[in-house]
Structures are given as C-alpha cells and as structure tokens.
Design a protein around this ligand. Structure first.
Ligand SMILES: Cc1ncc(COP(=O)(O)O)c(C=O)c1O
Length: 456
C-alpha cells in the first residue's frame, strides 16, 4: 500500500531504481528506453558523469543560501551563460524551480512592468487554445486545454484565448502555409482590438506546442506577424519554451528559427535536464530598466529561487551540450527520427500527421485519416499507447485533447540529445508495435463524431 497520492491512483507504477544513458531500470532490472526524457526533460539522458560531478562539488561547497541574503557564484555564472546565448534584447535572468513557476513569474513581471510605467489599466492576458503553460492557477488560467481547466474554472484569473497556429487542423485546403500563418496571427490583432488596445498586458505562446497538441510547429511567418502586432499595441510577447526550448528543436531557443525575440522567455525542463528542478525567466533590458528605475524590485519570490544545486546542474548541463556539440546531434538524429516515423507511419490508417522539429517529434492518431476524425475521447487511446509502449520497454509521452482540447490523441517523442541512430530505429520499431497493439485492442470502434451524435 502506497502513501503517495500518485497522479493516477489506480495505476500500477514500476519503481525506477537506476538510470544510465538512454535507459531507466526498474526494481526487477527491466530496462526502459527513454524516448521522451520523461516529459521532454532528460536532455542528457541519465547519470551523466559531468553533471553528477558538478552537483557533488557544489554540494560539498554550499547547498543553500537564501537569495534575500546572498547571491552565489554558481547562479551568477549560469545567468552569464544564459544571457550570452539569449535572443536579442534579453539581459537578465530570474531563476525559479520549474516551468509553472517560470510562467507565474513572467505573468507578474509583465503586469508589474506596466504598473511601473504608469499604465495600470493594462490587465488582459491573451494566450491560445490547446496550449499548456503549467498547473498552478495563473499558468493553468493561461493554458488553453479545456479538460485541464474545467474543474478549476471558478478559481482561474480572467484570460482570453485565440485559435492555435495548427496547420494540420486549421489550415484551409486552398491556403498556402504562409497565408495560413498570417491568417492565424490576425486572430491576435482582432482580440487585442476587441479588448481595447491599451488594456492588454501580454500574449503568451509556445513556439512549438508540446504537451497538449504534440510538437506542433508554427506556420512560416506566424511569429513574425505576432511580433509586429504586439509591437503595434505595446503588448509584451511572452514565449513559453519550457518544453520546446534549450536545444530540443535543434537551436538553443525555438524562437531563433522564427527570427523573433520575445520580451520574456520562460525556460525549464532541458535547462537542468532533470538533474535538479530548475526553471528561469529571461527578461528584456526594457523591463529590467522599468523595475530598476521604478520601485527597484520585482514584487515576487520563492524560498528556493536560484538554488545552488539547481544552478550547478543547469550550468553543467549547458556546458556539456556546448562542449559536445550536441545540438548538431539533435538536428541529425531529429531528421532521422522524422524519416523513420514517416517510413513506419506514413501510410498507417490511423496516423494523420507526423510533425515536429529536431528531437521533438509527434504522431497524431486519428480514427479516419481522410477527414481527420479523432478517436472517441473516452477510449483514452493515448493512455493505452503509453501502457503498450511501457510493456515494450519504451517510454513515450502521449496525451489527449489534441484536436479540440477534449478529443484527439498524439504521441510525443523527445529522446535525449545523446541518442544514436540505432536507438532511434529501435524507438520507432517499438512505438509502431505499441500503436498497433493499442488500436487492435480497442473495443468496437466509436469515432469522436459518432460518439457525439450518440450523446457519448
Ligand atoms: C510549455 C510548458 N509550460 C509550462 C509547463 C509547466 O512546467 P512544470 O511542470 O515544470 O511546472 C510545461 C510542462 O509540461 C510545459 O510543457
């Protein structure tokens, strides 16, 4: 009998005992090929000796010093590193302990910025449907996943959501990718105008949407138009790269590939690679100056900000990525992963789309390829695929709600940056077996639409 309130109370979880490279091992010694790095976290795999050494050395020197009394060398070094590689205009770092905390801090920074500037009437946050920004109340309110929000709706701050930029589901058949990108971006301008141009604080978006839509890259030109619209109305652009950032898509920041820089950038997951809990917000010089020349502080804080062990882990992870030129491997192995997925699933009757960037790839499962009808959400196909994959000794990160926040299933892959060609091939082989086994085991099929018509 466990005393832990696990995520799924009735699930039987194996106990993870050890991790080495691409593999996790359970109590019985069974090996699991970690093709998702948990939730796109373990970018260097498990047990990396350089990261372990750095954490041990930091622990021997200093485990903790409260940030209202001290700064630490290791936090300063990590901030220097992050800013030297940051998108244009970002000049300072605010450390936190994870992705949701990063989003909460970014939202509050954005609001305080306008208070400092004498624009306290700015109060609206705009984000996108089918996005995920975390589970704390502010981050959950910002996220656009209908199912995750539903139970907590009365507690959520007011936010506004526009359509995602999601070509597979929203591009019209007669539209080019470029035309679709511009059309999708115009939804932001319409929403800003509807709310009143000088009442909006920020627009929040994941450059490549992760957990709730499955590695959805933006259409060409989308983010450039978004940046222009934000600038036109003085609205801040907050990019959430908690999942897609820190090298996952092949460049250190996903927004580099869009040719835009945000005002606030949230990072986490791959920053510390799972070796310690760490996240951060990178903020622009303009925002920093407004604080510095105004109240002189950011009205926020947590006990574990800038934790020395977390910073030591983050610094070591980022040094290894650079030293070993791992982003080259992300590009090369990412291309191989996409190719192998296309070979295995390109003609699969229940795979509607194969998409992603770098080592951030996904397949979207559909009941009917011709009209993209999702499976009945009640079948929870994504959960079945995860279980079958585990039985095959493979960890993948499937989720539901892909199509509209409730129906739809995808499987997200985010292997460690150290992955090799043979392991990519093994991932796709095992995933293929798991998808086929899960679909074959479904009860007589009910599609999403048929279920809705039947009141299902
Ligand atoms: C894009 C994005 N933002 C925020 C979060 C929340 O991060 P955390 O779970 O570390 O609080 C996640 C987590 O999956 C995420 O994918």
């Amino acid at each position: 009998m466990t005393h832990i309130l696990h995520r799924q109370i009735h699930a039987e979880l194996p106990a993870a005992m050890r991790g080495a490279g691409l593999y996790l091992y359970d109590r019985g010694g069974r090996a699991y090929l970690d093709a998702s790095g948990g939730a796109a976290v373990s970018c260097l795999g498990h047990g990396h000796p350089d990261v372990l050494r750095a954490i041990h050395e930091q622990l021997d020197r200093l485990a903790y010093a409260h940030t209202s009394f001290f700064t630490t060398e290791v936090a300063e070094q990590l901030a220097d590193t992050l800013i030297s590689d940051a998108p244009a205009g970002l000049s300072h770092v605010y450390f936190v302990s994870g992705g949701s905390e990063a989003i909460e801090a970014a939202l509050k920074m954005a609001r305080q910025y306008f208070v400092e500037r004498g624009e306290p009437q700015r109060r609206h946050i705009i984000a996108r449907r089918q996005s995920y920004h975390g589970n704390t109340l502010g981050a959950l309110a910002t996220g656009g996943n209908a199912q995750r929000r539903a139970a907590f709706a009365p507690l959520l701050i007011e936010t506004h959501h526009i359509e995602p930029c999601f070509a597979y589901r929203y591009r019209r058949a007669d539209e080019s990718d470029e035309a679709y990108g511009l059309r999708a971006a115009e939804a932001l301008e319409r929403k800003i105008v509807e709310l009143g141009g000088n009442s909006v604080i920020a627009f929040v978006a994941e450059p490549v949407v992760g957990a709730t839509a499955g590695a959805v890259p933006p259409a060409p030109g989308y983010f450039q138009r978004i940046r222009e619209i934000c600038d036109r109305y003085g609205v801040l652009l907050i990019l959430d790269e908690v999942m897609c950032g820190m090298g996952r898509t092949g460049t250190l920041h996903a927004c580099e590939q869009e040719g835009v820089a945000p005002d606030l950038l949230a990072i986490a997951k791959g920053l510390g690679g799972g070796y310690e809990p760490i996240g951060a917000v990178l903020l622009s010089r303009t925002i920093f100056d407004a604080f510095a020349n105004g109240s002189g502080l950011f009205q926020h804080g947590h006990t574990y900000l800038g934790h020395p062990l977390a910073c030591a882990a983050g610094l070591a992870v980022q040094r290894v990525i650079k030293r070993d030129r791992l982003l080259d491997n992300v590009m090369e192995m990412g291309a191989r992963l996409h190719r192998r997925l296309s070979e295995r699933f390109g003609n699969h009757p229940h795979v509607g789309d194969i998409r992603g960037r770098g080592l951030f790839q996904a397949i979207e499962l559909v009941s009917d390829r011709s009209d993209k009808t999702p499976f009945d959400a009640k079948l929870r196909l994504h959960a079945r695929v995860k279980k079958e994959a585990m039985a095959q000794g493979l960890c993948v990160y499937p989720s539901g709600g892909t199509a509209d926040g409730v129906a739809g299933d995808h499987v997200l892959l985010a292997p460690p940056f150290i992955v090799d060609a043979a392991s990519i091939d093994l991932i796709v082989e095992r995933l293929g077996n798991a998808v086929d086994a899960a679909i074959e085991a479904l009860p007589p099929q009910r599609t999403g639409l048929a279920a809705a018509a039947a009141g299902g």
